[in-house]
Design a protein around this ligand. Structure first.
Ligand SMILES: C[S@@+](CC[C@H](N)C(=O)[O-])C[C@H]1O[C@@H](n2cnc3c(N)ncnc32)[C@H](O)[C@@H]1O
Length: 271
């Protein structure tokens, strides 16, 4: 699509209009690369031609949106981060003894991230012999992609999803059903799922104790990232935790809103 800026602009305006997908907040380079891949797959050369294909081929439209949202995920992705969550964040949440502990996985894809945290909460409760307190844990996973959320609700996973999961947790939390790994019902019930566009700036809850937003903002333009950090700050309870992805970090003014808990693992706390 090099040298076809007007065509590209018209195409992303069309996608925003037709599908409510706010292209202008995503990094231009990512959009161009991913749209380019789909254009080649459909043997189209110009943005205009591809735009006409989208009008006659709704399946291709769905495929394009799917590729723009990038749904790659895994249970316990970057185990080092989860190890710090387990040793530092989970005990701190437990000690708060809130009537309800609220956890938000923002951009949760097919549920692996919220369930990973659910497993750590469940494990901690079992070790403390306080399983009754699991009734006070509320995890909400949100994503813009409804198909992914459907998969999260079904909670059956292939081997590839468990590549980073320690064997003991695999054994304990993933009963095998029809060749797939089911999520243990006691963890499954901790989480619920909702469609939510982060760029609409309407968090699903208030007074949240832990927000995970990992490998999502990396696709957003700087302005959208800044706005999101302020959303997260507002949505967190005092002292609440924020976990970003390994290649993401707080920028600009947002740095004064949080203190680092573990900078390497991108774990912060609301000041
Ligand atoms: C790469 S996955 C990350 C999944 C998980 N957080 C992890 O780190 O493994 C990015 C997810 O962000 C979602 N996403 C992209 N844009 C979004 C938006 N505007 N609002 C909410 N979710 C969005 C995608 O649909 C996708 O499921």
């Amino acid at each position: 699509m090099h040298g076809d800026d007007a065509g590209f602009q018209a195409l992303i305006e069309k996608i925003t209009r037709d599908r409510g997908f706010r292209c202008s907040s995503y990094k231009d380079k990512c959009l161009r690369r991913r749209i380019g891949v789909r254009m080649r797959a459909k043997h189209t050369v110009t943005a205009g031609e591809y735009s006409a294909t989208l009008d006659t081929d709704p399946k291709e439209y769905d495929r394009l949106i799917r590729s723009l949202t990038v749904n790659v995920t895994k249970f316990f992705r970057n185990w080092d981060t989860y190890s710090v969550i387990e040793s530092t964040v989970v005990p701190a949440l437990w000690e708060r003894r809130e009537p309800e502990t609220r956890i938000w996985s923002a951009g949760c894809s097919s549920g692996e991230e919220p369930y990973s945290v659910g497993i750590l909460m469940h494990k901690h409760a079992a070790e403390r012999r306080e399983s009754a307190r699991l009734d006070t844990i509320r995890i909400i996973g949100t994503d813009i992609d409804r198909d992914c959320l459907g998969e999260a609700e079904r909670a059956f996973y292939a081997d590839t999803a468990l590549g980073d999961t320690p064997p003991a947790l695999r054994e304990r939390y993933f009963p095998r059903i029809a060749g797939l790994h089911g999520m243990l019902p006691e963890v499954r019930r901790l989480a619920s799922f909702e469609c939510n566009d982060l760029l609409a700036h309407k968090p699903p809850m208030e007074d949240i104790h832990l927000i995970l937003c990992r490998n999502v903002i990396i696709y957003f333009e700087r302005e959208a990232q800044d706005a999101l950090f302020f959303d997260f700050h507002r949505a967190l309870a005092p002292g609440g935790f924020l976990v970003l992805g390994k290649v993401e970090t707080l920028l600009g003014e947002a740095r004064s809103l949080f203190s680092p808990v573990n900078a390497r693992e991108r774990i912060f706390r609301k000041i």
